[in-house]
Ligand binder design. Structure first.
Ligand code: CTP
Length: 402
């Protein structure tokens, strides 16, 4: 699968550096040639000898080694690769990359390379969530740097949370996807909401709508097929979890919002869920009984607007935020208005009038509303619409990175 591919692996400082050894072994098993740069920090965690033994190549560690420079040179080192992978990418190294610093071999090679770069961040949760790190991630994403992980779990520092480096198998999968598909979205994080929400009235009853989740799930699958790291937050649907997509199941709008906020930062978010606009003001703790002739009165309160909340998330706002507009009249005009009101970048407008069969059906007809205006997309299956949207997203991210 990776035969003939040349990977330059940069190992920076962090306890996760030991996983880089496993990554080298797996890459070599797949036929890739791996050359490694070990930063000074990285060398505190794994030895040059282990890296050299596994990669079967000399390990590069010091920018100012005259021998290294005359044999290889940092420019050649960074260009004689098909892909540069930084695993683990420490908060410090990412900050240096974002700032364009070049004070050691790793950062110099990263600044000098003309090849795609994929990072696998690893750090403590607080460091990962620090606005400085988030801003650096955003800067790197805008430059087209690919990213895999981090995931959540037990961290070496004893805390639990996000910041754990992606497993070698996941990094390998991202690398393989990159080479297989041109992986236009490899290493890019995406969030998709899908399905309806259920708003409880009592332990057995709820308010809901007819959304099937088909369009949202198809979008999650289409983004994953282009190599994106997709987090799908889904209300109750009969749709299976798409392969290769991390899926969180929720019931209510408030749960959906919490799951979406926890999935940030992402580069692109597509809000395809039909979120209930209102929920019962109070949930009866026990099943409501018929106590007389009068039917109970259901008082409703407004649910949070997830799309709008993401639009207003400041430095955590997805770089490309896409919503849907389900309308039954004045489709385009309402959708253009909705795009402004919600503060999102694009809106996919669809007519959900009875008789169109769109809500819950397999086909869709959408209009893409962007800053530039409205585009009419011909009717197609929800899957085909999802593929077209994923390609369009990839075009946009590539252009805006340039
Ligand atoms: N949306 C959301 N959270 C809500 C309501 C809607 O995230 N509480 C998102 C939907 O996922 C969709 C977009 O907002 O991407 C528009 O949804 P739509 O139902 O068309 O619009 P509403 O905001 O509900 O406005 P209205 O019902 O007045 O048309």
């Amino acid at each position: 699968m990776l035969a003939g591919k040349r990977i330059l692996l940069i190992i920076s400082g962090g306890i996760a550096a030991y996983k880089a050894l496993e990554l080298i072994r797996r890459l070599k098993d797949r036929g890739a040639a791996v050359r490694a740069i070990l930063t000074r920090g990285g060398a505190e965690f794994v030895t040059p000898l282990s890296v050299a033994a596994l990669s079967g190549e000399k390990v590069y560690t010091d920018l100012f080694s005259l021998t290294d420079e005359s044999e290889m040179g940092h420019i050649r080192l960074s260009r004689e690769a098909d892909l540069v992978v930084v695993a683990p990418a420490s908060a410090d190294l990412m900050a240096k990359m974002a700032a364009g610093m070049a004070d050691d071999l790793a950062t110099t090679a990263l600044l000098a390379t003309d090849k795609p770069v994929m990072i696998a961040p690893a750090m403590n949760t607080m460091m990962w969530q620090h606005p400085a790190t988030l801003a650096n991630i955003e800067t790197l994403a805008r430059r087209g740097i690919l990213r895999v992980g981090p995931g959540a779990g037990d961290l070496a520092c004893g805390e639990v949370g996000e910041g754990r480096m992606a497993e070698p198998a996941d990094i390998l999968a991202a690398i393989e996807t990159y080479f297989r598909t041109g992986a236009r979205l490899a290493g890019r994080a995406a969030l998709v909401t899908s399905g309806p929400t259920h708003e409880a009235i009592d332990p057995v009853r709820f308010l809901a709508n007819r959304s099937s989740g088909r369009q949202g799930h198809a979008i999650a699958a289409a983004l994953a097929a282009l190599g994106a790291e997709v987090h799908l937050v889904s209300g109750p649907t009969a749709e299976p979890d798409p392969l290769g997509v991390r899926t969180t199941h929720v019931q209510s709008a408030r749960e959906m919002l919490d799951a979406c906020l926890a999935a940030l930062p992402v580069e692109v978010a597509v809000c395809a869920a039909a979120v209930a606009d209102w929920r019962p003001a109070e949930v009866a703790p026990a099943k409501m009984k018929k106590t007389g002739a009068a039917a109970p009165k259901l008082a409703l309160v407004a649910n949070p607007d997830i799309l709008k909340t993401l639009a207003e998330a400041g430095n955590r706002r997805p770089r490309l935020l896409i919503g849907f507009a389900a309308e039954t009249q004045d489709l385009i005009r309402n959708a253009i208005e909705k795009r402004k009101k919600k503060g999102c970048d694009w809106i996919l407008a669809n007519d959900v009038s009875p008789g169109t069969g769109i809500f819950g059906g397999a086909e869709n007809r959408v209009h893409l509303i962007t800053e530039a205006g409205a585009e009419d997309w011909e009717p197609a299956s929800k899957r085909a619409i999802a593929d077209r949207l994923a390609q369009r997203i990839a075009d946009h991210l590539q252009q805006s990175a340039a």
